[in-house]
Design a protein around this ligand. Structure first.
Ligand code: B12
Ligand code: SF4
Length: 619
């Protein structure tokens, strides 16, 4: 095999890896012998607890000792550097953290197996897709690969965008080459060249670091149409992803962002903003619906409302063509939006929408370079709630320079929304969800990082023992500081987060769950799919009438007698056809009703897909 194309945990359990699929399309076109190894998928179905523990580790500092550390490679530095360079240092730290010790052992064992699976195919090159949430695990895997193979290691993805990370990866031999930023054009030239020394690729020539940024970008009409055949592993397909949480096929209609928030790296990463025409975008949806039989989509644009006019046309087109997709997720800003457009979005199938308001203090918004009119933002959020659209709003607390009055501005903004909605009789279940306690973290490749002096920020080295590990470690162990500015972070976070109202999963409305269930019907094969009840769900049998009370997080359902029988039969690992036979459902209509019910429970997370019975095993 020429190339193993891989992603390590944990990136996302809601959809498929779109970046990896874009690279697969390029490699296929270049006629490489390529195989995909989606180890993110693998761990998420094999050991959910470990999967989420890794996720948590990458996003929250375990020991909290360096809150102002710049976020280059995720995870707690106290753990990550010893794991990568000298494990003996970990012993004293982990004496009182048995859970962490156990997780590290499990991660090691998982990665050893993953590397063996990949090396069994003898790839010449291993290409790794890296995000802040999986980069340190990917480095650990790279280390294991080095010990057992001479395959070259090529990294790509947002986590390896900055020069500091290039130096760390290349000089410590985690990577032989890094394809920087948008991957398609650089990857194509990299493959066609003799030595891989092309623009857009960082590499070492002897002891010299080379990197010349690529000037040309992919045109919108060249955005690859990702093909998910042979995902997550060779010989498999999209239905495997139904074994974990699945919110639809990932789609994107644009690259880059029309805004320039100073704390965000998307402008820098994608450079210039490009987008598909409405015809092309709708054509892609139609293509996916026809080829995969799935009409749920997870929108991966930086903002789906990059233009009010574009989104409005897009929705109209979907409505007039009666496509009936369900968009389970999309990021939107509150500027290129109006209550009318929200209503149209709802009709076109948009369900969950995430807004990054970030602050409701005009002063902080100006510092962030966010041009939000707060009255306009408020009307949009009120309209979303009144239209029953499940939306989520997030804010950043402790932005450099933030003062207590700014925090109070945010609280006042949300209190007003609550008061208006209560006065207008909107049920609290329809109120916008909000998480208000996300602490500011300085990210590389942002304007704040690249021009700190413009914002009165000082970036300086951290003095900690682990800085001595490896080469160029100091490049990725820096912290930020705002001189002479004193603010009580803990207090800011405490008061604002007490106004968060996000409890449990981000729910859809019942009709949307039913639509999501229907959007998957065609792919769920009656002869092979086996469902089971999710681990967190409690089934309580009422002795009097034998029916079941089903408890899922904060919701309860009373099942009727037939539904209760279905729950009993599920534990035997039956397929849909076998279930219907056991329940003596001989007509199509009853069978389809049963299938709708099970799919509805599946999309709500109450059932999971246990596996697929081989065709010849079904009776
Ligand atoms: C949709 C999205 C999500 C979705 C999930 C997406 C998914 N597929 O599962 C959700 C909302 C769940 C999410 C969550 C998070 N996300 Co997010 N997300 C995005 C977003 C908007 C789109 C991702 C995408 O599909 N892009 C389109 C594809 C085509 O681009 P791509 O994946 O980058 O791939 C291209 C290149 O990177 C490269 N490439 C990628 N892989 C490889 C591999 C090789 C070998 C090569 C050569 C090239 C290459 O080529 C590809 C084609 O050009 C991006 C921002 C953006 N606009 O890209 C942020 C982004 C990826 N997310 C980010 C972050 C920080 C997060 C969170 C950590 C946020 C948080 N604090 O909780 C979480 C963690 C994710 C997790 N573990 O669950 C950051 C990552 C920063 C970094 N340095 O890695 C990004 C870049 C946003 C940002 N600028 O801050 N996210
Ligand atoms: S934070 Fe959102 S709106 Fe602002 S530049 Fe980044 S992607 Fe665009």
């Amino acid at each position: 095999m020429d190339i193993a194309l891989t992603i390590f945990p944990s990136f996302s359990d809601k959809t498929l890896p779109l970046g990896l699929a874009c690279m697969k399309t390029v490699l296929d076109r270049e006629q490489c012998d390529v195989a995909v190894f989606d180890f993110d998928y693998q761990l998420s179905v094999e050991d959910r607890d470990l999967y989420y523990a890794i996720h948590d580790l990458a996003l929250h500092s375990r020991y909290g000792s360096f809150p102002d550390m710049i976020n280059f490679i995720g995870a707690s530095p106290e753990i990550m550097f010893p794991v990568l360079f000298d494990r003996s240092e970990l012993d004293s730290l982990l004496l009182s953290d048995a859970e962490m010790r156990l997780n590290l052992e499990k991660i090691d064992s998982f990665l050893d197996r993953a590397v063996s699976v990949m090396l069994a195919e003898s790839p010449n090159q291993i290409w790794v897709s890296s995000y802040i949430s999986n980069i340190w695990i990917s480095l650990l895997a790279a280390k294991k690969i080095r010990l057992r193979s001479s395959a070259s290691l090529v990294f790509g993805g947002p986590a390896v965008y900055t020069r500091d990370v290039h130096l760390f990866l290349l000089f410590n031999r985690f990577a032989d080459a890094i394809i920087v930023g948008e991957g398609e054009l650089s990857a194509k030239e990299f493959l066609r060249s003799d030595d891989g020394h092309v623009d857009g690729v960082a590499y070492l020539d002897g002891d010299h670091y080379h990197y010349i940024p690529r000037k040309e970008l992919l045109r919108a009409d060249e955005f690859p149409m990702p093909d998910f055949k042979n995902f997550p592993f060779k010989g498999q397909g999209i239905r495997e992803y139904l074994k974990r949480r699945f919110e639809g096929i990932p789609v994107s209609f644009s690259r880059g962002c029309v805004n320039s928030c100073i704390y965000c790296s998307e402008k820098e990463f994608w450079k210039c903003f490009r987008y598909l025409s409405v015809e092309q975008a709708v054509g892609r949806l139609r293509f996916y619906m026809e080829s995969y039989g799935i009409s749920s989509f997870y929108i991966c644009d930086s903002l789906v409302n990059f233009s009010h006019a574009w989104l409005s046309d897009f929705c109209e087109r979907i409505i007039t063509e009666d496509l009936q997709p369900l968009f389970t997720f999309a990021f939107c800003d509150l500027t290129h939006l109006t209550p009318d457009l929200l209503e149209k979005m709802s009709k076109a199938g948009f369900s969950r929408i995430a807004f990054g308001l970030e602050s409701a203090s005009p002063r902080v918004l100006e510092c962030m370079n966010k041009t939000i009119d707060l009255n306009h933002a408020q009307s949009n959020l009120l309209a979303a709630a009144k239209n029953g659209l499940p939306v989520h709003v997030s804010t950043i607390v402790n932005f450099p320079g933030e003062e207590i009055v700014d925090v109070l501005d945010s609280i006042r903004f949300f209190r007003e929304i609550d008061e208006i909605l209560t006065r207008d009789g909107v049920p609290t279940a329809h109120f916008p969800q909000r998480s208000l306690g996300n602490s500011f973290r300085l990210e590389p490749s942002t304007d704040l990082y690249m021009n700190p002096w413009k914002y009165g920020i000082i970036i300086e080295p951290i003095n900690a023992p682990w800085r001595a590990y490896g080469f160029y470690t100091e490049a990725i162990t820096k912290q930020w500081r705002v001189p002479n500015h004193k603010f009580d972070r803990a207090w800011h976070r405490y008061i604002v987060s007490s106004f968060s109202n996000k409890k449990g999963p981000w729910r859809l409305h019942d009709s949307q769950y039913r639509k999501q269930a229907e959007s998957l019907r065609a792919i769920v094969d009656d002869d092979t799919f086996c469902f089971m009840v999710a681990e967190h769900v409690v089934l309580q049998q009422n002795l009097a009438d034998g029916v079941i009370l089903l408890k899922d997080h904060d919701m309860e359902f009373v099942l009727d007698a037939i539904q209760s029988d279905m729950m009993h039969l599920l534990s035997s690992g039956s397929t849909l056809k076998e279930l219907s036979r056991a329940l003596q459902f001989y007509d199509q209509a009853t069978f389809q009703l049963m299938k709708s019910f099970l799919l509805y429970l599946y999309v709500r997370g109450i059932l999971c897909i246990q596996g697929f019975k081989a065709e010849n095993q079904t009776s």
